[in-house]
Design a protein around this ligand. Sequence first.
Ligand code: MN
Length: 258
Amino acid sequence: MHMTQTNGLIDFHCHLDLYPDHAAAVREAEAAGVFTLAVTTTPKAWARNLELTRGTRHVRAALGLHPQLVSSRGDEIALWESLLPQTRYVGEVGLDAGPRFYKSLDAQRDVFARVLRACAKADGKIISVHSVRSAKAVLDHVEEHLLQTNCRVVLHWFTGSQSEAKRALALGCYFSVNRAMLESERGSALVRMLPLERMLTETDGPFTEIGRRPSKPSDVAGTIDSLGALLGAPASDLGRAFKENLRRLLVETEVAIR
Ligand code: MN
């Protein structure tokens, strides 16, 4: 039997609380040994996510307020701010200027600015950021609020241009790459220009699919195989590199005790 080795791999953006059985999804990621960043879409989901991940070695919860929910839940930003001291991981946050969410863009900007101001003030936060049709605006916010902090942004499923990606790299951003990005020419070209040391893997499960089922954290093994083919590197080397990137990200965001 062929067994895919998943221990030590990284899924830096997965919505474990949106699977039919949240607790089972956490247990499965933990058993696979995949470092999984369990992003959330509303701060009301934080308490349960924290409870289920508190005792795990590999799964960490992130505190989020999704830009697509800002039109209905923007007033939860105060709750989000009050919970921030409980975690170093933030997400999913960001901006979405796609046609369905364009109308709330002003409100999204206000919320995202409050998120980044709070992160900058607390310092040492790792932030998983959504930037659909808004890469420039997202990077403007990062530049305004996070320079000279020990916060780091990980751009999730980045679909901006190559010049925007270069700007993001200059701002110190990381990129979490999923398999769907590798299925288009444009996405593949973007991934090829990213330095390996700024790359992590993600699934964005359950919003992406493998075959006909929602993807899960251990599916990053397949993403690494695809990346290996794209970049001409052995999957084992990539797995090691991403693990080292996560270690460095944690070091970069360490904040001296004040
Ligand atoms: Mn997501």
